[in-house]
Design a binder for this molecule. Structure first.
Ligand code: SF4
Length: 474
């Protein structure tokens, strides 16, 4: 059994800093050659863990002399941080690679790199090696901290560089990061997943669970709050099993209690929680916390016990509903959201009715509903009785209607109340409005000034617009 280190490998940090200096030399030479400051574009697919990884990629690219751009067209270096949780994520990447190939024909100095979960699939590497030979660099989820070193190798070679690790025992966090938002930040508290839900490819591409040293997490949050961050999102595939690989194991609830003490930090969010590991201790810590937001994302995936067992979720419908009752009793104002899959092999319309029944009983504030996507290498992909598309669609449409009706009802109950919102950004549709996020994760738009971004303000929820509100500051 591999022994996992929980603390950052300082020697590796030093080594990577040396490679950053070397890479900066190549970027400076490129600037000479092309006559302008080289631009880089980091495109992120998938979840918040990928978004956090992309902030690390951006931090290193800026450190070595690139300027970030959102436009792939203008860029001199493009990197896709990929996702593979569903097949359509893979297809999107292949589709966009065609565009990059045409770009590279026009701009031969353009460098193209691919990383993230999709690159952990051997069949994908084979396909890229054969059909997308213009790609310069490919690496995976376990060696993202080697980015500077990989860039140097790329600059010093004309062939495609491929460096995929099956797993790692290293955690290397103290590298440059370029955060998307000045007032909030994601924080990785652990990596990987040991749950092996039968439809899920994550354990095969993100490896075994490894928890970060709590002292390091606390130190990182203290640095962020000193830097103006007021809200953090603790990230892990299953945060509820945090701490199990530590030399001195602590629970996720105990970690939250330590984080709660940090001066200047106003809000704590976390995702994702697996229902089978959500402890009474965690519910109690959330209940008595002044900083943990009143939102819990609790994926149920399905309502039928037969399907839950085939999914290897390790709880029953009754156990899940009992857990929700416990949570609601402790925190009646909590907002609950979930993930739902329709079309898992062997699923019948009666099974979908069980899922609909869970939605009606729990009354979610929102739910992410997905059509089952066959992922090669997962047990479910080898299961017989794959469900015909038209049957899946019928069940999916029925479920989606119930989810949306329930969410609207839930949203409407808050009309006229005054709640605290974190001012996040200028409203995209109406520049006279700012967009804020409530503790329960709902959005509210209200007249305010962009200088208030990052502040917590009290807002009256005047008009419900389905899943969000229009309001005014009080
Ligand atoms: S808990 Fe299950 S669904 Fe979530 S990442 Fe792990 S294996 Fe996948």
């Amino acid at each position: 059994m591999m022994k996992y280190t929980a603390t950052t490998d300082e020697n590796e940090v030093l080594l990577q800093k040396q490679y950053m200096e070397k890479a900066a030399g190549y970027v400076a030479a490129l600037e000479e050659e092309i006559g302008h400051k080289p631009l880089c574009c980091v495109t992120t697919f998938g979840c918040q863990m990928n978004a956090r990884d992309s902030e690390k990629l951006s931090g290193i690219l800026k450190e070595i002399g690139y300027t970030l751009t959102e436009s792939e067209e203008d860029a001199d270096f493009v990197i896709y941080n990929t996702c593979t949780v569903r097949d359509n994520a893979n297809q999107r990447v292949y589709g966009r690679l065609g565009f990059l190939n045409s770009m590279k024909r026009k701009k031969p100095h353009l460098k193209v790199a691919l990383c993230g979960c999709m690159m952990q699939e051997p069949s994908v590497i084979e396909k890229i090696r054969k059909s997308y030979r213009f790609v310069d660099l490919i690496f995976g989820t376990h060696n993202i901290f080697k980015f500077a070193q990989l860039l140097v190798t790329m600059f010093e070679n004309n062939d495609m560089i491929i460096d995929i690790w099956q797993e790692t025992d290293q955690i290397v966090e103290a590298l440059p990061v370029s955060r998307k938002y000045p007032y909030k930040s994601g924080i990785n508290i652990m990596f990987g997943c040991n749950n092996f839900c039968s439809y899920c490819i994550v354990p095969y591409v993100r490896g075994r669970e490894r928890s970060r040293d709590p002292k390091e997490i606390i130190r990182e949050i203290e640095q962020l709050t000193a830097d103006g961050v007021v809200e953090i999102m603790l990230l892990g595939q299953n945060v509820n099993s945090y701490g199990k690989t530590l030399d001195q194991p602590i629970t996720f609830a105990q970690l939250l209690q330590e984080i709660e003490k940090i001066e200047g930090l106003k809000r704590i969010r976390f995702m994702t929680s697996h229902p089978k590991d959500l402890s009474d201790e965690l519910i109690d810590v959330m209940k008595h916390s002044g900083k943990i937001c009143r939102h819990l994302h609790l994926p149920v995936q399905a309502g039928s016990d037969r399907i839950l067992e085939a999914m290897n979720r390790r709880y029953t419908k009754a156990q899940y509903l009992a857990l929700v009752d416990k949570i609601r009793t402790a925190m009646p104002d909590i907002s609950l959201t979930t993930d739902l899959i329709v079309g898992f092999p062997g699923e019948t319309l009666e099974d979908v009715e069980e899922t609909i029944d869970v939605v009606k009983k729990v009354q979610y504030d929102n739910a992410f509903t997905f059509i089952y996507s066959k992922r090669t290498g997962t047990p479910a992909a080898a299961m017989e009785n794959q469900v015909p598309e038209e049957l899946v669609k019928e069940g999916f449409d029925k479920l989606l209607k119930v989810v949306q009706d329930t969410a609207k009802e839930r949203a409407a109950r808050l009309k006229g109340s005054v709640m605290e919102a974190l001012v996040e950004e200028v409203n995209e549709q109406d520049k006279s409005l700012m967009t804020g996020r409530l503790s329960n994760n709902m959005l509210v738009h209200f007249p305010a000034d962009p200088s208030m971004i990052g502040q917590l303000v009290m807002v009256s929820l005047d008009e419900c617009r389905g899943f969000y509100y229009i309001g005014h500051i009080v």
